[in-house]
Design a protein around this ligand. Structure first.
Ligand code: FES
Ligand SMILES: [Fe+2]
Length: 385
């Protein structure tokens, strides 16, 4: 691992010393309609968020057999369950009798799932395992009335699912070597300290902010910007997935140390962006912010699920205080800084001032993201996965 981070630190230091950053070949002009057109939006959401695997949870949210999580994502009622075989399965959380949501939103451990309406019971495999007063109801073939399953796979500490039933995907093909890259974070061994859902601006406005360091000094001077160098980006890509490396403010110290003595992980910050909706940001050594972005009903809204992780469960007062401080800082950086800017863009986006936005050469990850969205929307490429 350190070889890999050593190389990233070397690249970041070279940029710092030269006053450069990784760049795209050209400036990209993006028609503003790409952000606003409702027809385009619904097609993109269908192709990108409903027909590709998306990150729906972290493995650590489903730690044991019987652990479950029920949630509504993009109007899809979703139930995730870890079975006795330790496999995580995804279902539509909808009773096959007359459609009540079987499990209340939230998480925990359950032996079975009993529908709150007429007490039909489903097991961890989603099978219909019992019906209240079945002899009066009449005979049915129970094997045909299990919960509807969704394609689901767990990899590198993340649970991926496709929210369209009757499709399949191959997670190894989808992630490629990015799976090992996320695997180095050892996400399953972390502790979930807090989780919250933040309303945000439109999907693309929101994602753009996760994919560049250009705004950091200007927007985040009082929060995460204290620790990172603005407008310095080292970028690596694995198909649509991207790893952004930022320099921490201490990066210049490396210039005065022999490479053998470097502790490179102290001086760079990695952000793993798993297309289309997951960002894992190691802002400070023992803490990590995981963001899942879900598009809203219209092009101008999203929900971001923020999970604040600590390397281990904070126990001492000092550990608790440090984790609370980190959590408050990330909330402030995203809600009071990034999303305030995002909402400001959103309010003015239909003003007619711009017919296109410019994505700079110093914003290559933003360019890549938009190109992959266009690729998956235009082609039927999603079907390959
Ligand atoms: S709707 Fe679930 S048991 Fe009737
Ligand atoms: Fe930001």
């Amino acid at each position: 691992m350190s070889d890999r981070i050593q190389g990233l630190a070397r690249r970041a230091l070279t940029h710092l010393q030269a006053g450069t950053t990784d760049q795209a070949n050209d400036i990209l002009q993006l028609p503003v309609a790409m952000y606003t057109d409702p027809q385009r939006y619904s097609r993109e959401v269908q192709r990108v968020f409903r027909e590709l695997p998306i990150a729906v949870a972290l493995s650590l949210e489903l730690p044991e057999p019987g652990s479950y999580k029920a949630m509504n994502l993009m109007d899809v009622p979703l139930l995730l369950v870890r079975g006795e075989d330790r496999v995580v399965r995804a279902f539509l959380n909808v009773c096959r009798h007359r459609g009540a949501q079987v499990c209340a939103e939230g998480g925990g451990k359950a032996r079975v799932f009993a529908c709150p309406y007429h007490a039909w019971v489903y097991n961890h495999h989603g099978e219909l395992a019992g019906r209240y007063a079945a002899d009066t109801f009449g005979d049915i073939d129970a094997s045909q009335y299990g919960l509807v399953s969704l394609p689901c796979a767990e990899k590198s500490g993340v649970v991926f699912a496709m929210v369209s039933p009757h499709r399949t995907f191959d997670i190894d093909q989808w992630l490629g070597d990015f799976a090992q890259e996320i695997g180095t974070l050892d996400l399953s061994s972390w502790h979930l300290f807090e989780q919250r859902d933040l309303p945000g601006p439109g999907w693309k406005v929101t994602m753009d902010g996760y994919l560049e360091a250009y705004h950091h000094n200007i927007v985040h001077g009082r929060t995460v910007g204290q620790f990172t160098i603005g407008n310095l980006l080292v970028l690596d890509t694995w198909g649509p997935h991207q790893r952004l490396t930022f320099g921490r403010k201490s990066l210049p110290e490396l210039a005065n140390q022999p490479e053998e003595a470097w502790r490179p992980d102290v001086h760079v910050r990695l952000i793993h962006n798993c297309f289309p909706n997951l960002s894992i940001s190691g802002i400070l050594g023992d803490h990590c912010l995981v963001s899942q972005v879900f598009p809203g009903k219209t092009p101008d809204t999203t929900i971001t699920r923020q999970s604040v992780l600590s390397a281990k469960k904070p126990e001492t007062e000092a550990e608790l205080a440090a984790t609370r401080t980190f959590s408050a800082m990330t909330l402030q950086a995203v809600q009071d800084e990034d999303y305030v800017l995002g909402f400001s863009i959103q309010k003015a986006i239909l003003s007619g001032a711009n017919d296109h936005f410019l994505i700079g050469r110093n914003e290559p990850a933003v360019q890549n993201y938009h190109r992959w969205v266009a690729y998956f929307t235009r082609s039927n490429a999603g079907a390959e996965w």
